[in-house]
Design a binder for this molecule. Structure first.
Ligand SMILES: CC(C)(COP(=O)(O)OP(=O)(O)OC[C@H]1O[C@@H](n2cnc3c(N)ncnc32)[C@H](O)[C@@H]1OP(=O)(O)O)[C@@H](O)C(=O)NCCC(=O)NCCS
Length: 368
């Protein structure tokens, strides 16, 4: 067995066979088509594998992207397509690839990993569910109540891209997408492995936002996997989306930082279910990440407190200090839940309760 190591030139085909066999049995080329950001020659250094006699048998892959959390630029590793052939499972191959992923990503300055799954493999490494987010579910009559005739939808056209980009970048927590990410999504018209409808939202004919939606083959609901634009515009077109997709329900993830949208829905009497962002998250270097978040912390508790923030990691314990206030955590997992928020955990105390949680990301088109 050879590994853990990076994928070498000429091995992409063998890796594709592994991930297609595991995730799309009987089909070929599907995973590479669905995840071009992950499976391309330029990303080989981020595709970690084990091989036996030249055949790739286990894989943990990632993309690395910048993101903005409340204006702070952070480096994110999105981990996905984690797979081991059945006959090689249970020998800790994936666990060792994940360990190496953490080391490599840390060395290249990644602040945290977003992992598109939740299982022992990831939890043992310290990954947890985070994000004080919500799930909006509406039926047709509820969506009808929120509808305004001023807003319409129309198929995406190339000239709309600058508005899509600008609308997406207005989110408090968003990926800083290279143009390639937009182009790949717009070429494949896939989001989270599913064929999706890419629609521009218009206000009196002018593009002001967008939705990317599909019909869930699990429960037949219309799922809005990504959206951006004025809150009123998005809420107004949910009924139109249901009509287009001929569904009775629409479902949409609302990031906890979308306070105006949450307020608007609450005012309209719409109840939302508290949920976490999907997958799990693993912070790699707490002191470095604390430093990156300093501008956000200053925006929440003022410059003096933010300047006083010190984050230390000693023998697996994590200590946060701001002035004379202090919080400590028994594990990285506990500290991560605190930093990004978890519906089942407390909010901390004093200045920490005001400084955190930090904004958390939603994958949308960046899902791997
Ligand atoms: C998930 C998958 C990649 C694991 O590959 P693997 O090489 O067998 O992984 P490992 O041997 O490192 O770990 C497998 C299991 O062994 C056990 N294990 C391994 N090392 C362990 C350890 N040190 N302590 C305790 N349990 C351990 C765990 O039960 C683990 O499964 P879990 O994640 O359900 O807890 C493989 O089962 C697979 O390809 N599944 C189908 C695709 C899939 O579901 N991918 C993940 C998407 S989220």
């Amino acid at each position: 067995m050879e590994g853990p190591r990076c994928l070498e030139q000429g091995e992409l085909g063998s890796l594709e066979t592994l991930v297609d066999t595991v995730f799309m049995p009987g089909k070929t080329g599907v995973m590479r088509h669905a995840f071009p950001a992950l499976f391309n020659e330029d990303n080989r250094a981020n595709l970690l594998v084990y091989s036996e006699e030249g055949r790739i048998v286990s894989h943990v892959g990632r993309t690395e992207r910048w993101a903005s959390l409340g204006g702070c630029t952070v480096r994110v590793g999105c981990v996905g397509a984690v797979a081991t052939y059945e006959e090689y499972r249970g020998s800790s191959l994936a666990s060792r690839l994940l360990e190496r992923t953490c080391r490599d990503a840390d060395a290249s300055g990644v602040d945290f990993l977003m992992i598109s799954g939740d299982r022992g493999l990831y939890r043992r490494a310290g990954a947890v569910s985070v994000g004080l987010d919500y799930r909006l579910v509406l039926n047709r009559s509820e969506a009808e109540r929120l509808r305004s005739a001023d807003y319409q939808v129309q198929p995406y056209e190339a000239a709309d891209l600058p508005v899509w980009m600008e609308a997406y970048e207005r989110k408090c927590a968003h990926f800083i997408r290279p143009l390639e990410d937009w182009n790949w999504a717009l070429e494949t018209r896939l989001c989270q492995l599913v064929a999706s409808e890419f629609l521009s939202v218009t206000l009196k004919g002018a593009v002001c936002g967008y939705t990317v939606s599909h019909v869930s083959n699990r429960d037949g609901a219309c799922v809005v996997a990504e959206y951006a634009g004025d809150d009123a515009a998005i809420v107004s077109v949910l009924g139109l989306l249901m009509e287009r997709h001929n569904t009775q329900t629409v479902r949409m993830h609302v990031q906890g930082t979308q306070t105006a949208l949450i307020g608007m829905l609450a005012k309209a009497g719409v109840l939302m279910e508290p949920v976490h962002a999907n997958g799990t998250l693993l912070v790699l270097d707490f002191p470095r990440f604390g430093d990156r978040l300093r501008p956000w912390i200053a925006s929440q508790v003022g410059m003096a407190s933010a300047a006083a923030l010190s984050v230390r990691e000693e023998e697996d314990r994590i200590y946060f200090e701001m002035g004379h206030e202090r919080m400590d955590f028994a594990s990285r997992a506990d500290a991560t839940e605190f930093v990004f928020g978890n519906h089942q955990r407390g909010r901390g105390h004093g200045v920490f309760a005001r400084a955190f949680p930090a904004p958390s990301l939603w994958y949308g088109l960046n899902y791997v």
